[in-house]
Design a protein. Structure first.
Length: 373
């Protein structure tokens, strides 16, 4: 009841434009980064427009003894892309007894890319019995191709413990591993358990298995539920497997996905345009995708410029792909160098290839292109 009163008072202060007072009250009412209070707090800062002042209010509130304000401070720092400072705030919350171990692990993994430290915190969260820890750790492990067996074991433990979110993550893991047959039962079970977010990957699995009617039905449900990624998945479905009317509407669906800022929309729309020989338009979308962090876009741009005999721009794009972490762009660049008699430049790619996870066969491929044995 006390928290509800605090939230009501905060809402009233916010409505009157008293941002600092409202922010302090939201911090006092804070319970979890996933709840409505967290959303209201971040919306308030955006409406206020003075991030520095907001940070000062939260810091002062935390130092006055309101421990939850450290979590609010961490959420805002992550929002403004200051993960190191967010980590300090979470450590202060942890020291004060707040259950932020799992959140700390996520910041280390997703924001700071410190997988060694992240794993320690994930294991600590599991030991502490934090809800969702096994599931989140399984997802973390599944990002490492060398630990997929371990990831599956952890996710199965999460399922046994009653975490229905792990059902969808098991399905996604097998889908990303190009094994739709293994993905299907997990995603189907997740949907049966009420996990609506599996509708989109489930439809993708069904498309891969040729179950187009089932995929259409599930994508229709996903659109109705406004599931993340549904609009883009529907656009791709319409373009590739839709009825005549759906194919005609595909481009409009891609444009809607772009308007909704769905991840991957620029890249998929570029593929759609390139398939229809609308190359100049495709280039613009690939460039937008690359700017959004889609590493594969650089390779597609490089190939387009190679086709156009623009070697200088093609080489710039290959290098852009390598900088973005795309091993395939590096291997294709090596082929490009060999084609133009620049084998002496290929050995410089050996170290970057190893850093990007090249396997033995790929390393041998590079050596062969460089003229070695």
């Amino acid at each position: 009841m006390r928290d509800q009163v605090l939230v009501q008072r905060a809402d009233e202060e916010a409505a009157q434009g008293r941002h600092a007072a409202a922010l302090e009250l939201y911090a006092r009412a804070w319970d979890s980064r996933h709840d409505e209070v967290a959303e209201k707090l971040l919306d308030l800062v955006e409406a206020w427009g003075d991030v520095d002042a907001a940070l000062a209010v939260l810091q002062q509130t935390a130092e006055s003894g309101v421990i939850t304000a450290y979590e609010a401070l961490a959420a805002l720092l992550i929002e403004i892309e200051e993960p190191e400072d967010a980590l300090e705030a979470l450590e202060a919350a942890h020291t004060a007894g707040r259950a932020v171990t799992l959140w700390t692990a996520a910041v280390l993994a997703d924001e700071l890319d410190d997988r060694e430290q992240a794993e320690q915190w994930y294991r600590r969260a599991i030991s502490d019995g934090e809800p969702g820890a096994l599931n989140d750790f399984g997802v973390f492990l599944s990002d490492d191709p060398d630990r997929l067996v371990e990831a599956e074991e952890v996710l199965l433990l999460a399922v046994e413990g009653g975490d229905v979110m792990a059902l969808g993550n098991l399905g996604r893991m097998h889908l990303e591993g190009d094994d739709p047959e293994r993905a299907l039962p997990w995603l189907t079970r997740g949907l049966t358990e009420g996990v609506r977010s599996v509708l989109v990957p489930l439809a993708e699995v069904e498309v891969q298995l040729g179950r187009y009617d089932e995929a259409r039905a599930h994508l229709t449900e996903a659109l109705a539920d406004e599931v993340e990624g549904a609009r883009l998945a529907w656009a791709n479905y319409c373009a590739e497997h839709g009825t005549e009317a759906e194919q005609a509407a595909a481009e409009s669906e891609f444009l809607t996905a772009l308007q909704q800022d769905e991840p991957g929309a620029h890249f998929d729309y570029a593929l759609f345009l390139a398939d229809r020989d609308r190359i100049d338009e495709a280039i613009k979308e690939y460039e937008a995708a690359a700017a959004d962090g889609e590493a594969n876009a650089w390779l597609n741009l490089a190939l387009i410029y190679e086709d156009r005999k623009d070697r200088r721009t093609a080489e710039d794009c290959y290098r852009g792909g390598i900088e973005a972490g795309d091993l395939q762009a590096l291997l294709a660049y090596a082929e490009f160098l060999r084609q133009w008699g620049r084998q002496k430049d290929i050995p410089a790619l050996f170290a970057p290839a190893a850093a990007l996870g090249a396997d033995e066969a790929e390393v041998e491929q590079l050596r062969a292109l460089a003229g070695g044995k």
